[in-house]
Every structure is written in structure tokens, then in C-alpha cells.
Design a protein around this ligand. Structure first.
Ligand code: FES
Length: 110
């Protein structure tokens, strides 16, 4: 897995959403009562930044049309079926930091 970035654990106490730069993407990291999750920043519906969205019931809600994506699976919860799931990332507590990893592995076979 490729490292996306690290943030101090305490930063999520002060900021509800933290954006990590992961060119050409951004990744949004959020803490909910059930854990810490990371999701691709650009909304699959129309490309808005989810970094200014908010959390409802373990979903990240896009601020533009209020689509809600499940933070654990990336699936669109509301409204149903109107766009594919958001990419999600692996989050690990490593010492005093939260580390975010990209689980995607590109394999090129000859
Ligand atoms: S751009 Fe995110 S819900 Fe429309």
C-alpha cells in the first residue's frame, strides 16, 4: 500500500475534516464516534470538494447536492443509485499519528 499522508491524532479533535493532498487527488480524513475514515475528496456526482462537507451517521455529506456516502464502504446511501461509490482509503493509528494508505495496487503484466 502507498502512503497518502499522516496527521497528528489530536488534529481531528480541533478540525472535523482534514484534507490531505494526494496529487492529482485530495483525500478527506474524518473522525466519527465509530472511528477514523478517509475518502476521496472529489464527489463522484459532479466533482465538488467534500472537504467542506459534514458527517451524518457515518456518512460524509457533499455540500453541493447533499449526497451522502458511507465512510466505511464509499457507497452512496442517499439518494440511492445515482452515482458509483467514492474511493475509500485505509486508516491506521501509528503512535501519535493517523496514517492514511491507498490500498489500490496497480499490476502491469507483460
Ligand atoms: S457534487 Fe456532490 S452531491 Fe452533487
Amino acid at each position: 500500500m502507498k502512503l497518502v499522508g499522516r496527521i497528528p491524532s489530536g488534529r481531528l479533535d480541533a478540525e472535523p475534516l482534514v484534507r490531505l493532498d494526494y496529487p492529482p487527488f485530495g483525500v478527506v480524513v474524518v473522525r466519527t464516534p465509530t472511528g477514523v475514515y478517509a475518502m476521496e475528496e472529489s464527489c463522484n456526482h459532479a466533482g465538488a470538494s467534500m472537504a467542506t462537507g459534514w458527517v451524518e451517521d457515518d456518512c460524509l455529506v457533499c455540500p453541493v447536492h447533499r449526497y451522502a456516502f458511507d465512510l466505511k464502504t464509499g457507497s452512496l446511501v442517499r439518494p440511492k443509485g445515482l452515482c458509483p461509490p467514492q474511493r475509500t482509503f485505509v486508516v491506521r493509528q501509528e503512535g501519535e499519528e493517523i496514517a492514511v494508505y491507498d490500498p489500490f495496487q496497480l499490476a502491469i503484466r507483460g
